[in-house]
Design a protein around this ligand. Structure first.
Ligand code: AHR
Length: 321
C-alpha cells in the first residue's frame, strides 16, 4: 500500500515536471497487482445482484484489486466514479453503462490519462471506438428476437394477439435492443404491441406499470417484460386483478434468474430468454490481457439459451443464480 502511495506521489511529481502526462503505464508502480475501478449500474434486479457477485468473486480469485462503485441507476454517478478512478490512477476501468449515450467526454479523459476502459454487459452509442478496448456482453437484439420468435410460433392461428411491453431503463442498451429485436421478429404477424412503458428493470416498477395497463386495457393477451423482475411484478398485478398469469395472460421475460425460473416452472411465466450475468471470469481475463498490452477482440458475445416451462423444471435444481 505504502509502495503504491509512494509510486503514485512520484508519478504525480513526474507528471508535473514533464508538463504533459499522457503515457506512463501501470498506476500500481512496481506492485504486480492490477487495480481495476468498476462502476456498476446499481442493484435493480436479481440479474444485477448475480453479476456483482460474479465480478467480486472473479476479481478476488484473479488477485485483482477491485475498487467497486454502485451508481444507483444514475449516469451522473457513473461519470463521477470514472473520474475518481482516473484520479486514483487505477490500471484499468470497467463499467456497465446505465444508458447508451453521453460517455464521450469522460472516456476521452480516461484515454488521455492512458487508462484502458472495458465495457461490460451494456454497450455505449459513440462514433469513437477508440474510447474503449473491448465490450463483453450479451446480444440484446438477439434476445428480443428470440422472445418474439417464440410468440409468433406459440400464437399461430390465434388471430390478433395484444401485447403490453414492460421496457427496461429508458435509453439503456438492453431496453432499446430488446425492443428492436422483438419488433423485428413479430413484424408481419398478427401480434400487436398495444402499450409500452418503462418499469426501470425493477419488480416494483413492473408491478406499477402493469396495474396501470390492466386498468386501461381489458384485452391484454401477453406481457413482454424486458427482464424477470418486471415480469414478477406483473404477475403480482395480474393476480391482484383476479386473473391467472401464464393462462389468462401469457408472460415472456428475459434473464432466467432463479425467481424467474421458479415462476416459469410454476406455470406463471410461459417463456424466458436467458441473459447470462456470470461475466466475472471472462472480464478478469480481458482485464489481464488489456493491462499486459495484448490484443483482445473488440466484441466478446456471451453464449445464451432459452427456457420453456418443461426445461425450467429440469434445470432449476442446478441453477446457480
Ligand atoms: O443489462 C442487463 C439487464 O440489466 C438485465 O437483463 C436486467 O435484469 C438488468 O437490470
Amino acid at each position: 500500500m505504502l509502495r503504491r502511495l509512494m509510486a503514485a506521489v512520484a508519478g504525480v511529481a513526474l507528471c508535473g515536471a514533464l508538463a504533459a502526462c499522457g503515457s506512463g503505464g501501470s498506476a500500481s508502480g512496481d506492485d504486480d497487482a492490477i487495480t481495476m475501478g468498476f462502476s456498476q449500474v446499481g442493484a435493480e434486479s436479481g440479474w444485477r445482484t448475480a453479476n456483482t457477485k460474479s465480478i467480486r468473486e472473479a476479481a478476488k480469485a484473479a488477485g485483482i484489486e477491485l475498487k467497486f462503485s454502485d451508481a444507483q441507476q444514475k449516469q451522473e454517478n457513473q461519470i463521477k466514479a470514472i473520474r475518481s478512478f482516473i484520479q486514483q490512477r487505477v490500471d484499468v476501468i470497467a463499467f456497465s453503462p446505465v444508458v447508451e449515450t453521453g460517455w464521450d467526454n469522460v472516456l476521452l479523459e480516461a484515454k488521455r490519462a492512458n487508462i484502458p476502459v472495458i465495457l461490460t454487459d451494456r454497450a455505449i452509442d459513440s462514433d469513437d471506438e477508440s474510447l474503449y478496448e473491448t465490450f463483453l456482453g450479451s446480444d440484446f437484439v438477439e434476445e428480443g428476437r428470440k422472445a418474439g420468435e417464440w410468440l409468433v410460433e406459440d400464437s399461430k392461428g390465434e388471430g390478433t394477439v395484444n401485447v403490453v411491453e414492460l421496457q427496461g431503463t429508458t435509453g439503456s442498451a438492453p431496453a432499446l435492443d430488446r425492443q428492436e429485436g422483438f419488433q423485428e421478429a413479430i413484424s408481419g404477424s398478427d401480434i400487436k404491441i398495444i402499450a409500452s412503458q418503462t418499469g426501470d428493470f425493477t419488480r416494483s416498477g413492473g408491478k406499477q406499470v402493469m396495474e396501470a395497463f390492466l386498468k386501461s386495457h381489458s384485452d391484454i393477451d401477453v406481457v413482454y417484460a424486458h427482464n424477470d423482475d418486471m415480469g414478477l411484478g406483473a404477475i403480482e398485478a395480474i393476480e391482484a386483478a383476479g386473473k391467472k398469469p401464464g393462462e389468462d395472460i401469457k408472460i415472456i421475460t428475459v434473464d432466467a434468474v432463479k425467481d424467474g425460473m421458479q415462476a416459469l416452472a410454476d406455470g406463471k411465466i410461459n417463456f424466458i430468454v436467458e441473459c447470462n450475468p456470470l461475466l466475472g471470469d471472462q472480464l478478469m481475463d480481458l482485464v489481464q490481457k488489456v493491462v499486459a498490452g495484448e490484443q483482445v477482440p473488440k466484441r466478446v458475445v456471451v453464449e445464451e439459451t432459452t427456457f420453456t416451462q418443461e426445461e425450467a423444471k429440469k434445470v432449476l435444481p442446478e441453477r446457480q443464480y
